[in-house]
Write a new protein. Structure first.
Length: 317
């Protein structure tokens, strides 16, 4: 929906103003840590997060990976370079003169970025002997290279995060399927929005479990003190919520009975960590519905328990 209804408006005339991307290039590619500040990029992140029911604290990498999307900056760069190559190929005098002026300014490092400057930064050059088909192929090759660069950027971030303790990325890295970069299957099962969002919010760390609320406290609560509101001993993270918390024992029993019925040797073949990954990556509509219903009810009960907790009495002086 974003690509059809929103992006054409957000990137209107990006062939001209998109040359600003030259400020965010490095090693013939885009610096994705900086491009997220672009207005069109920020708009896409907000749109995706609202669609998935996530808050603004959800990492952009997680949001895009759930949807199998790439940053809008890759599309803008492709459009700018495509415009530059097409202008070079035109025989009209006015267009040719504009391109020559553009190239002249680009070689003198102008204050205002130009399409040819961005093309050169991305290691794309124009060959006068090129045919229109060659130019189209060069544009497609650039777009494919930028997407591959972004995938490498994501995998590097997730690999680094997997070694950390307190990070949304570290949990996501442990349950996400890194081998593929596409829309997560559970988002295509046409389930009620509340059930789908429950799965998304648990996968992405956008929930009210102690491990995540403690991260947002001021000052942040130490990781060892973010205990389950029901158990008051175990760490209140996603793994405890799904596999161990007594508050969800009834729903967990029904969920595991359903999963074992579909795969009898499930508990024998999967370790605890792999079982969590299996549950949070449902491969059928029935499994996604069962998992989403369990998570939805568990998160609702967890919220009620938080609201009913009485604050500690003030110390006696």
């Amino acid at each position: 929906m974003f690509d059809i209804l929103v992006r054409p408006i957000a990137t209107y005339a990006c062939e001209v103003w998109g040359s600003e991307l030259i400020k965010h290039t490095a090693d013939a590619g885009l610096n994705y840590e900086n491009t997220k500040k672009l207005p069109a990029e920020a708009l896409s992140y907000n749109f995706y997060k609202q669609t998935l029911g996530l808050n603004k604290y959800t990492p952009n990498i997680i949001t895009l990976h759930e949807l199998g999307k790439y940053p809008t900056s890759t599309f803008i760069a492709k459009q700018v370079v495509n415009y530059y190559l097409k202008c070079q190929d035109q025989e009209q005098k006015l267009t040719a003169d504009c391109v020559k002026e553009d190239i002249h300014h680009a070689t003198h490092k102008p204050l205002i970025p130009t399409p040819s400057g961005l093309a050169q930064s991305l290691d794309v050059t124009y060959d006068p002997a090129s045919t229109p088909r060659d130019l189209a192929k060069a544009t497609r090759t650039l777009h494919k290279r930028l997407r591959q660069d972004y995938q490498n950027h994501v995998f590097a971030k997730l690999s680094l995060a997997s070694a950390t303790v307190d990070s949304k990325l570290s949990f996501y890295a442990s349950i996400a399927d890194w081998s593929q970069f596409k829309l997560e299957p559970y988002l295509m099962f046409c389930l009620p929005m509340a059930i789908t969002r429950a799965i998304t919010q648990l996968r992405t760390g956008c929930n009210r479990l102690p491990i995540n609320t403690g991260r947002l406290a001021n000052p942040p609560t130490p990781v060892d003190e973010r205990v389950c509101h029901h158990c008051s001993e175990e760490k209140g993270n996603e793994q405890h919520f799904i596999l161990h918390c007594p508050q969800n024992s009834e729903g967990r029993h029904k969920l595991l009975a359903f999963l074992i019925n579909k795969q009898p040797d499930l508990m024998e073949t999967l370790e605890e960590r792999n079982l969590l990954k299996y549950i949070l990556n449902p491969c059928s509509r029935e499994q996604a519905k069962a998992v989403g219903t369990f998570i939805k009810l568990g998160l609702e009960n967890n919220l009620i328990m938080q609201q009913n907790r009485t604050p500690p009495a003030p110390p006696v002086t």
